[in-house]
Write a protein that binds this ligand. Sequence first.
Ligand code: FAD
Length: 256
Amino acid sequence: ACALAVLAMTANGRSKDLTLARGNDSLPRAMAARVELKLEAPVQAVEATPDGVTVRLPSETVRADAVVLATTASAAARIYRAGDRIERELMATPYGSVIKVGLATKRDWSDDPGLRNVWAMMIPRGERRQIVSVTIESAKDPERVLKGGEMLNLFVTPDNAERMMDWPDEQVVSAVAADVERLFPGALAAKQFTRVVRWREGMPKSPVGRARALAEYRRTRPRDARVWLAGDYMGMPWLESAIETGTWAASRIVEG
Ligand SMILES: Cc1cc2nc3c(=O)[nH]c(=O)nc-3n(C[C@H](O)[C@H](O)[C@H](O)COP(=O)(O)OP(=O)(O)OC[C@H]3O[C@@H](n4cnc5c(N)ncnc54)[C@H](O)[C@@H]3O)c2cc1C
């Protein structure tokens, strides 16, 4: 369903996928520049009462009419303990771990006809070993790589990512080396540097029944609800969907 949603967003592949030139974090940075923001302020508890919400931080307590709770699911479950059945079910959404091995090379694959206009690929399940997908950064934005070089972002399969989560970087890189070489022969010999990045809760999973729970949540939330859940686990695992869940929640509060 997620793959079909992406196809729908790109008019069945006729229009181009776009990316943010200065990286995905430029979006939250741009938004942060326009609103009042508190950094290093971990919320410890969100408590709803009939006339508002109390948000407890280590050194202060904030009162609000309503809250859009947009942390990851597990963090939401920790700080918002009074959730009802459907909220608890959604806040229990499991995540897959993600490890990305960024490999900067001194050569590129731009002359490979099979890779023309390809910025990302998934390895079919039957052919998968350690790597599940690859993005080719120069195809997203040539400015991201040095001339004549390439930046391959290689994503380790979720089960391997879980297994390798606490391994040192060098061990992760050597564990995926044979698979990298199989997919991009010569890439390691042309290596400039590697960078390993880990997300223990990288991508929300979608167990059977989750979409039904989401539909029920949207259908049944009372208009005067004080706490509204948002984030990619409340929709699909990408930026546009995460934003849509937040704007949906905010518009319910405003209409309230
Ligand atoms: C490797 C990788 C590559 C990706 N690439 C893409 C891509 O190219 N395009 C795309 O559209 N999507 C991509 N995604 C998915 C995208 O990053 C997510 O869907 C999106 O960031 C989800 O946004 P969110 O606001 O729901 O959650 P998050 O971005 O996870 O934000 C949750 C926030 O809650 C904060 N938080 C947690 N606990 C507390 C607390 N107690 N108090 C206060 N704050 C708290 C966290 O610090 C965090 O900032 C990628 C994801 C990964 C892991």
